[in-house]
Design a protein around this ligand. Structure first.
Ligand SMILES: Cc1cc2nc3c(=O)[nH]c(=O)nc-3n(C[C@H](O)[C@H](O)[C@H](O)COP(=O)(O)OP(=O)(O)OC[C@H]3O[C@@H](n4cnc5c(N)ncnc54)[C@H](O)[C@@H]3O)c2cc1C
Length: 482
């Protein structure tokens, strides 16, 4: 017993690990199993720079069948695993704890060419989001979700976190893009629902369970993803506004005038705007000082080509009415992308700061102005020197609430209490993972959390998949002999 390696309340001996590795070597090829010095430090990478243990071993199957066989073995041996995609997650769910092995989808990266006339694309879970976006573009269509980490974040990770991003206003979150899924359960069972049909009410839609479950209920291996008609008109503008209330009024006007073609409405407070332009070494697109900046975008299909004109007219009217102080409209694809590069750069900018904390929160859109006022006052009561670098997806009420203070724990606790008081969510798009577990109860009721535990116990009774992510739960210890 003394030689045993401890994790959670289980004891797994060296002998058990050796026996499991021998079993795995029988069911997966050599390149799918890394042990000892062959384990690259990349599996311990963490975007938040928090300590990640060395994995017990790394599984990197090349197919669903290999993955299922490996899971059956891990299930038999009660071996806890952490599923990893691109490791760009911001809630620590992919971070390794002592005794855990890694299950990486890095060898399952294929994206099938889009068939003529098809409105879906089939991708393996380890494919980077950008590859799916490119496949859609090559087929003359568009993929609806875009996030700053597109080159590294994977389809499996996007589905497991129900990723949102900059165009949720128009296309919805990742859930809305999923037409079908193939999933492997903790015991190796394969659930395949990849029929390319728009309607299927034959019983429960099990796919929904796995979207946003942060890998706790099953491993996504393949996904059939919806495509959208490629917009023929794209335009964006960057505006300086006199207040958050004015930004909300502008959002309301744009919705009324251009309707569904409004594809993004992103906010930056001055700390984020000045910080990111300094960080990127670029000339700020507007020199006007303002308490709020907004990046708005439309994407329209051919039949909505007049949308660009309406967009411009609405923005001009906003300036005339004093809703906006200043605006710059992109005049070329280069300028269009430059505005988005600035917005994308916010994540790297805030990562470069000391004593920084970031809440990925949402509140009802109509309450954002009051929330910002109250929360800034509350955090300044804790530390009058608190600096705010808030930015985010204002169109769907989601703020990346970034602030700097040496008292960040107390400030974060206060911020999230306020989020709850405003009827918001402590995690709008990044998930709960490990880092946000203490705050889950502020967004979900005891009954909801109990139901989540029931689902976990039903689908992963030994608790081997991403154990301790989202919530903690007791599982029976592994027997000494498997
Ligand atoms: C610069 C930057 C910008 C970002 N912008 C956004 C944004 O706008 N919107 C947004 O929502 N997020 C954003 N994120 C967060 C992150 O990119 C997303 O959460 C992304 O979906 C994670 O994908 P990943 O492949 O890196 O997953 P990982 O970080 O590897 O894992 C994330 C979670 O998914 C699980 N998982 C991974 N693959 C699978 C699988 N195949 N099956 C089951 N579970 C799996 C993991 O176990 C973990 O719980 C951003 C991150 C960065 C660094």
């Amino acid at each position: 017993m003394t030689k045993d390696q401890r994790f959670g309340d289980q004891m797994v001996g060296d002998q058990r690990l050796e026996a499991l590795l021998a079993r795995l070597a029988q069911v997966v090829p050599a390149q799918a199993l890394l042990t000892g010095d062959a384990i690259d430090p990349r599996y311990q990478e963490d975007r938040r720079d928090r300590a990640s243990a060395r994995p017990a071993f790394v599984l990197r199957p090349g197919s669903t069948a290999e993955l299922a066989a490996a899971m059956a073995a891990c299930h038999a041996f009660h071996q806890p695993l952490v599923v990893q995609g691109g490791r760009t997650g911001l809630s620590g769910a992919h971070r390794i704890r002592a005794g855990e092995a890694v299950l990486s989808l890095e060898r399952m990266t294929s994206v099938e060419p889009v068939r003529p006339g098809a409105t879906t694309v089939l991708a393996e879970a380890g494919a980077p989001l950008q590859r799916v976006q490119e496949a859609a573009t090559e087929a003359g269509q568009m993929f609806g979700v875009d996030i700053g980490a597109r080159g590294t974040a994977t389809i499996g990770g996007n589905i497991a976190t129900n990723a949102g991003g900059i165009r949720v206003l128009r296309y919805g979150m990742f859930r809305a893009q999923v037409a079908g899924l193939e999933v492997v359960l903790a015991d190796g069972t394969i659930l395949s629902a990849l029929k390319d049909i728009a309607k299927d009410n034959s019983g429960y839609d099990l796919n929904q369970l796995f979207i946003g479950c942060e890998g706790t209920l099953g491993i996504v291996t393949r996904a059939l993803l919806r495509l959208h008609p490629r917009p023929v008109v794209e335009a964006n503008a960057f505006l300086a506004l006199p207040s958050v209330e004015a930004a909300l009024a502008l959002l309301e006007q744009l919705r009324a005038e251009v309707g569904g073609v409004l594809s993004a409405f992103e906010i930056m407070l001055p700390g984020a705007y000045h910080g990111v332009t300094r960080h990127l070494g670029i000339t700020p697109p507007l020199s006007t000082e303002a308490p709020v900046y907004v990046l708005a975008e439309i994407q329209a299909e051919a039949c909505a080509a007049a949308a660009e004109e309406v967009f411009m007219t609405t923005l001009m009217a906003a300036i005339e009415e004093g809703l906006a102080l200043d605006a710059v409209v992109s005049q070329s694809p280069r300028e269009f992308l430059a505005l988005w590069d600035m917005r994308d750069g916010c994540a790297d900018f805030v990562r470069s700061l000391d004593h920084v904390a970031s809440g990925d929160i949402s509140v009802p859109t109509l309450r954002i102005a009051d929330f910002l006022r109250d929360s800034q006052a509350a955090l300044r009561q804790i530390d009058p020197e608190t600096a705010f670098h808030v930015f985010g997806h204002m169109g769907d009420g989601n703020l990346h609430y970034v602030f700097q203070t040496p008292q960040k724990e107390a400030a974060m606790a206060r911020l999230l209490e306020l989020v709850a008081a405003y009827g918001g969510s402590v995690s709008a798009e990044h998930g709960i993972g490990v880092d946000k577990k203490p705050w889950l109860h502020l967004s979900r009721s005891p009954e909801q959390i109990a139901t989540m535990r029931l689902l976990k116990a039903a689908l992963d009774p030994r608790g081997i998949l991403n154990r301790g992510r989202i919530f903690d739960m007791d599982f029976a210890a592994a027997p000494m002999q498997s």
